[in-house]
Design a protein around this ligand. Structure first.
Ligand code: WT7
Length: 644
């Protein structure tokens, strides 16, 4: 079957900054003179003292990744101060609350808010290198808090509102945060998430944390308990703080933030991103992939607690002097079409969201979309999981009305920003393909044995060279960083994803080749789930797998082996353990209580079989001869059939 190819509509192409010739020149420059190319790209952000060297990175040995190492800067200057001269009155941030409240902050106003917050942090003794946890709903203050940390040289650790108290406690202890910022509650549709109470519980759980002050933002006005000497209401402190705050000058390699993400084994990893390289990458990719224009209104629907929010709600668009939109609410609360209303009301030009949301919106029907004026849109983007061609086409035809290119962007928490994506006017799109690596990105496919695949083929997606936005290490565990990403094939960064490359060199991401599960764009480690269930001693062991799910991309299925017999409500206990240890967002689709798990002779769980059984694909169970006890399979299939 011939893939359908979409060229940028002429009206879009006519005004786009990068056409095919320009892209070719960039690629040539990046490969022929990489030092010069990247030093030029570094000029996209503001430096106190510009770098004279680009990369000094080595994927072998101890693995050292360094970019722009002799440059000095402060990330908040790039996002705020330098725009004050040229666009003080341009709106930097539009916030809309789920119930229709809204707020517009110009660059001058955002600058002042950030300075006040930075001064509050300084008063609490926060300075260079200190970690600050940010645990807020999607309100303007979440962006303000991140930039304020950057301003005083502190490392922000943004924590998702959906994490359980235990998950928060782990991350607070691991990062060594000395101050945390939370809110009374977050609004989530008709529900309220008690953020402050969760944080109280997290702080009470462990004495291994270093948090000495908790700043509390009022969002809903709910009743909360303040602990004297530890908790401070934020509003009065902000009101008293000075409206200007000198920025700390940081070295390019100083960490800007730590962000936790799940892997296939062990506890979540704190990925460390360095100030200079990350900022250059955020600005470079945001400009190229979204064909950024000064009058754009850019809406990335991600929560700031994920890397997508860091790079494309906050740092990329603000470094480029854009206008960002922050919407607090869900796509269909209180009624279908809520997101389209936001686009129409604020004349959004660029809309960047996830396939899981696109599939849900698609289900509501085309007439819901048609009731809103989406004529301001000029570019659409997708991220987080493979997008199926039918969802891509719906996005393109119904939401974009054929007028907007669709950029499918592949990247990861570890990459800091987009790696594989079309530049909208210069790379024709094929629905379902993330297309080509950006200029300067050296993607390769390797076999299981680590051999390079040339031309067409399918294999493990790796990078042969470093790029500025690459994570530098795992917080406090460089050996794990090396082991996780650089031991698969020496000299290569291993992404954990599989991909196919077609005859045009286009990449088609096939999904994770490790035990990471992607539920609605949330990355969940099988080990995290299994360790959570193991905290309940009613279970002897368990295994978590992901299976195809119409709306969520993947659904989480858990096979749990009860210690003695099955009793009523046992499955519920497994779910409770997961919600308690990981968070509500990780509650599984299905729990099967089973007598045994399929294992190899060396005791490794054969997840491939579990995925098939969970997906009711009983015909292709394949070779069972590697199992220590092949009769387990029949007992498993029976148990699953009985539980429906
Ligand atoms: C994993 C990274 C990157 C920001 C959001 C998630 C999957 C991401 C795509 C895409 C197919 C994708 C990969 C990747 N993924 N984008 N366009 N097509 N798969 O960041 O939580 O670090 O997850 O998301 O499996 O490894 P993350």
């Amino acid at each position: 079957m011939q893939d359908e190819i979409f060229h940028a509509p002429p009206a879009f192409a006519a005004q786009a900054a990068v056409d095919a010739d320009r892209r070719r020149l960039m690629e040539q420059a990046a490969s022929a003179r990489p030092e010069q190319f990247w030093l030029e790209q570094a000029g996209r952000i503001a430096w106190a003292s510009p770098p004279t060297i680009a990369s000094a990175s080595d994927f072998t040995g101890d693995v050292a990744i360094r970019w722009f190492a002799d440059g000095t800067l402060n990330a908040s200057i790039s996002c705020l101060d330098r725009h004050l001269a040229t666009r003080p009155d341009q709106v930097a941030l539009i916030w809309e609350g789920q119930d229709g409240q809204s707020e517009r902050l110009t660059y001058a106003a955002l600058h002042e808010r950030v300075c006040r917050m930075a001064n509050v942090l300084r008063t609490l003794g926060v300075g260079r290198g200190d970690r600050v946890a940010v645990h807020l709903p999607l309100v303007a203050d979440s962006v303000v808090a991140m930039l304020a940390c950057a301003r005083v040289g502190a490392v922000h650790v943004v924590l998702f509102g959906g994490f359980s108290a235990e998950a928060l406690a782990d991350r607070l202890a691991d990062s060594g945060a000395i101050v945390a910022i939370t809110a009374d509650e977050a609004r989530r549709g008709a529900k309220r998430v008690p953020l402050k109470a969760m944080m109280d519980e997290a702080l009470a759980r462990t004495d291994a944390h270093a948090v000495r002050a908790l700043l509390v933002l009022r969002v809903t006005g709910a009743e909360i308990v303040m602990q004297p000497g530890r908790d401070y209401a934020l509003a009065p402190l902000l009101a008293q703080a000075a409206a200007d705050c000198p920025a700390e000058t940081m070295s390019a390699e100083d960490p800007l933030f730590v962000l936790y993400t799940s892997g296939s084994t062990g506890k979540p990893k704190g990925m460390v991103h360095a100030t200079g390289g990350y900022m250059v990458w955020a600005a470079f990719t945001h400009d190229l992939v979204f064909d950024h224009r000064p009058d754009d209104v850019f809406w990335c629907t991600a929560d700031v607690a994920w890397i997508t929010g860091h790079s494309y709600v906050v740092y990329g668009p603000l470094a480029n002097g854009g206008t960002i939109l922050l919407f607090e609410g869900l796509p269909s609360h209180p009624a279908p079409g809520r997101w389209w209303q936001v686009i129409a009301r604020h004349r959004v030009t660029t809309f960047y969201t996830a396939p899981t949301a696109i599939r849900a919106l698609m289900r509501e029907g085309d007439d819901v979309v048609a009731r809103h004026d989406l004529s301001s849109l000029r570019l659409l983007g997708s991220v987080g999981e493979p997008i199926s061609p039918d969802a891509w086409l719906w996005f393109h035809d119904v939401v974009g009305q054929g007028r907007c290119p669709v950029v499918d962007t592949w990247w990861q928490t570890e990459t800091g920003g987009i790696m594989i994506a079309p530049l909208p006017a210069s790379v024709p799109q094929k629905p379902g393909s993330a297309t080509l690596p950006l200029p300067g990105v050296h993607s390769v496919l390797l076999t299981d044995k680590g051999a390079v695949i040339a031309g067409e083929g399918e294999g493990c997606l790796c990078m042969a060279q470093s790029w500025p936005g690459q994570a530098r290490t795992i917080w406090g565990d460089h050996a794990r960083f090396r082991q996780t990403y650089f031991s698969f094939a020496p000299g290569y960064y291993f992404s954990g994803d599989g991909a196919r490359r077609d005859s045009d060199g286009y990449y088609w991401i096939t999904g994770r080749v490790d035990d990471v599960i992607n539920v609605s764009g949330h990355r969940i480690g099988s080990a995290e789930i299994e360790d959570a269930v193991a905290t309940d001693h009613r279970f002897a062991e368990c295994a978590a797998v992901g299976i195809a799910h119409d709306l969520k991309g993947q659904g989480l299925v858990v096979f749990a082996v009860p210690r003695d017999g099955t009793a009523d409500g046992l499955a519920g206990h497994a779910t409770q353990a997961i919600v308690r240890v990981v968070g509500r967002y990780a509650a599984p689709e299905t729990i099967y209580l089973v007598p045994d798990l399929p294992k190899t002779r060396s005791g490794k769980i054969v997840r491939r079989l579990l995925r098939k059984i969970a997906g009711h694909e009983l015909d292709g169970l394949g070779d069972l001869s590697t199992l220590a006890d092949p009769s387990v399979v029949d007992r498993l299939v029976d148990a699953v059939a009985r539980q429906g």
